[in-house]
Design a protein around this ligand. Structure first.
Ligand code: GCU
Length: 619
């Protein structure tokens, strides 16, 4: 049965297929504080069409439709239906198709899509009449994994990477009538040369998983800025402002922090950039115990950007981590971007605040946002609630180390993460990867990422979860990558994946090659909440409790121990975890279950953190 009508949206579907790859522009550099410039949210219901064979993008000879215009072959070149100017796709009709909620992964919105990996097309009509002289940008908080984006039938671009913002300038592309529509081809297919690669231990949630909006700015506007304390100079404020596009020489830009009595006016150079540096002796420094944020305003002509920024220093000295010059212990927990109570990607501030409130209840001053860039809103909440952050790119396990495109992808995700987070006091660690197997290609890939991170931001620590190996009861940490990092961080699963029962693991000693602060980036074990047994009954709460008791004893023997982020705050969906009794598609290492129940091990860690806080913060 074929629907033989030709609505505008169907024409658009065919039309953009012909323009698919034509004139694809790289996305513009990310606008700092973009959510503050939102004029129209595109969150809500989006019609969708599931397209496992990508018939909306390729013809039946697997030729991308956009080639048909150039005569490079493709079904329609010589068999185009006589009665139309474009390929006929009469089985596709967005406006009569079902809807999914955005933001939101598709897997958790329809049982038929729980395991779906492939393409889904999304379409959203919206009304926005552009104002002359204003500039417009479309902004997606994240689309997992590959996105082709079209506005009013014209392609804006293609983006790969499931966890960083996507932004395109659409000035001059909005319909003067005010009637517009955006179409997205989202494809969460895993690829060996992608970042992450085909094997991970989290759910491959696909779709438009974070906020979508149209941002508006003046013709000349403040596109980017950084306002932080100068490296290791707690009394000096330094940074830059970048106006959009070059040729904005001689523009004045004023930085003002009224509460601190600070103000400085600078002039931009020929590239539209201005740097500033000024004494700031009286600032109250940001810390988890005192998460002080200042209202910062930047003004250039008609454009005023307001932000709330905390100021602090972070550095290492031997095996100490110094926060504002004081030795600190990082009482952390690892967190995935997922709401356990309503499984699926965290959808908004409520989900995020719930997760961080649990972390605070646990006694944390620190969270590891694993294993990929989290929502920008999560970083702002960490600033507000007083939690230090380890932020990470998904260079996870067996990446295609020798593929240049894979490296470029990883570097782009790292650059976007740093661009998004550089003004957040909470972020103290950029992590370039997790449990990556030893080898020269991996070392080259990862040290290049480390170099890139330091070139973009020399004020924060750089880390990664290193590899370790065991000889008898000695655990050796001598991963060559550790040479290049500020922390000696590693995941160790004594008492779960190796080392016998929890009561046996205190025999292990750690031989660590580097004289750097030691940060245990993961330890833990599964427990099904409500399943009880003795300390040797695997999967029971008592087993997990005994594991934590003995892990903390074992780790306490490491002289340079300065922090930890046990794995993990809450149970989370993981495709690899299919034990029919204890897992059912969930990784159960959470201290809190997927129904919000605190397991017995939660209280073991909570008491340990109370003691650490008294020891370090009490000073
Ligand atoms: C690894 C990995 C995690 C994973 C965990 C586990 O260390 O970093 O992503 O979930 O172990 O096995 O549960």
């Amino acid at each position: 049965m074929q629907i033989s009508f030709w609505p505008k949206t169907l024409a658009v579907l065919a039309l953009f297929l012909t323009l698919g790859g034509a004139g694809v522009r790289a996305q513009s550099g990310l606008i700092q504080q973009a959510p503050a410039r939102r004029v129209l949210s595109l969150n809500g219901s989006w019609n969708y069409i599931i397209d496992p064979y990508e018939n909306g993008f390729y013809d039946y000879r697997r030729e991308a439709f956009d080639q048909s215009k150039t005569g490079k072959g493709g079904y329609y070149d010589n068999q185009k239906p006589s009665n139309s100017q474009e390929p006929e796709l009469i089985e596709y009709d967005f406006d009569h198709s079902p809807a999914l909620q955005v933001p939101g992964d598709w897997n958790s919105q329809d049982p038929k899509l729980l395991y779906y990996e492939g393409t889904i097309w999304f379409k959203k009509n919206f009304k926005l009449t552009p104002t002359a002289g204003k500039r417009y940008f479309i902004y997606f908080g994240a689309i997992n994994y590959e996105a082709h984006i079209y506005l009013n039938g014209k392609k804006l671009g293609m983006h790969r990477g499931g966890f960083t913002p996507i932004q395109y300038e659409v000035t001059g592309k909005l319909d003067p009538s005010g009637d517009n529509f955006v179409v997205v081809k989202a494809d969460n297919t895993r690829h060996a040369d992608a970042v992450p690669t085909i094997n991970t231990d989290w759910w491959n949630y696909g779709g438009i998983t974070r906020d979508v909006f149209i941002a508006e700015a003046p013709g000349t506007f403040i596109k980017d800025y950084e306002v932080q304390l100068a490296k290791n100079e707690p009394g000096t404020l330094a940074g830059y402002v970048q106006l959009n596009g070059g040729g904005r020489a001689g523009q004045t830009v004023t930085l003002s922090i009224a509460e601190a009595g600070l103000k400085q006016t600078v002039k931009t150079d020929t590239a539209g950039r201005a740097t500033f540096r000024l004494p700031a002796k009286k600032l109250s420094l940001w810390s988890p115990r005192s998460p002080k944020l200042y209202a910062v305003s930047l003004t250039s002509g008609p454009d005023v950007v307001q932000d709330k920024i905390g100021f602090r220093t972070i550095q290492t000295k031997g095996q100490d981590i110094l926060l504002n010059g004081k030795s600190t212990f990082m009482r952390g927990i690892s967190i995935h971007d997922e709401n356990p109570l309503i499984p699926g990607r965290a959808r908004g501030e409520g989900d995020l605040r719930m997760l961080l409130t649990w972390a605070k209840e646990l006694g944390c001053n620190y969270v590891r946002l694993a294993h990929y860039p989290h929502n920008e809103a999560m970083l702002r909440l960490a600033d507000e609630m007083g939690l230090l952050v380890w932020a990470e790119v998904p260079v996870y396990w067996t990446i295609a180390w020798e593929n240049p495109a894979t490296y470029q992808n990883a570097e782009a995700q790292l650059s976007d993460l740093i661009s998004m987070g550089k003004n957040r006091a909470s972020i103290v660690v950029w992590s370039v990867g997790n449990e990556t197997p030893l080898g020269d290609p991996r070392l080259k890939f990862m040290t290049s990422l480390i170099k890139k991170a330091r070139s973009l931001d020399d004020t924060r620590l750089v880390a990664a979860a290193l590899e370790l190996h065991r000889e008898g009861s000695t655990v050796h940490v001598d991963d060559p990558l550790g040479e290049y990092l500020d922390l000696t961080s590693f995941n160790e699963y004594a008492g779960w994946y190796w080392g016998g029962m929890p009561s046996e693991i205190t025999k292990y000693k750690f031989e660590i090659k580097y004289n750097k602060p030691v940060m245990i980036s993961e330890f833990g074990g599964d427990a099904l909440a409500g399943y009880h047994g003795d300390a040797n009954t695997r999967w029971s709460e008592e087993y997990q409790e005994a594991l934590y008791v003995n892990q903390l004893k074992m780790l306490g023997a490491i002289p340079g121990l300065r922090g930890m982020t046990p794995w993990i705050l809450t149970d989370f969906r993981a495709t690899r975890r299919q034990h029919p009794v204890y897992q059912n598609g969930f990784n159960r290492k959470g201290l809190i279950s997927s129904t919000g129940v605190k397991k017995k091990a939660f209280y073991v860690l909570q008491e340990y953190y109370r003691q650490q806080a008294a020891k370090y913060d009490g000073k």
